[in-house]
Design a protein around this ligand. Structure first.
Ligand SMILES: [Zn+2]
Length: 89
């Protein structure tokens, strides 16, 4: 009878480990599915205009991006950051 209880105990422990492992695996699988995008913030030197767009290769902080549509000042890349895209449900 003792051996039978041992087997039951081992079976329960194994099931618990399997359950934890499967939860852990699904959690890990979910992570790369979060869509991310790199955003470049462009700001006018005079601080009256700011716009955001997707990061393009060759973007760097301080890069001149053209002229401000408001005051004709210089537009520069102000910051670059990664944003998680929130799925709208
Ligand atoms: Zn401006």
């Amino acid at each position: 009878m003792d051996a039978f209880t041992m087997i039951q105990l081992i079976a329960i422990v194994l099931l618990a480990i399997l359950l934890v492992f499967s939860i852990f695996m699904t959690e890990r699988k979910k992570k790369p599915e979060i869509p991310k995008r790199t955003i470049t913030v462009i700001r006018c030197d005079n601080g009256d205009y700011e716009t955001k767009r997707d990061f393009r290769q060759g973007d760097f902080i301080g890069k001149v991006e053209g002229k401000c549509p408001k005051c004709g000042g210089i537009l520069r890349v102000h910051s670059i950051y990664v944003e998680e895209i929130q799925s709208a449900k």
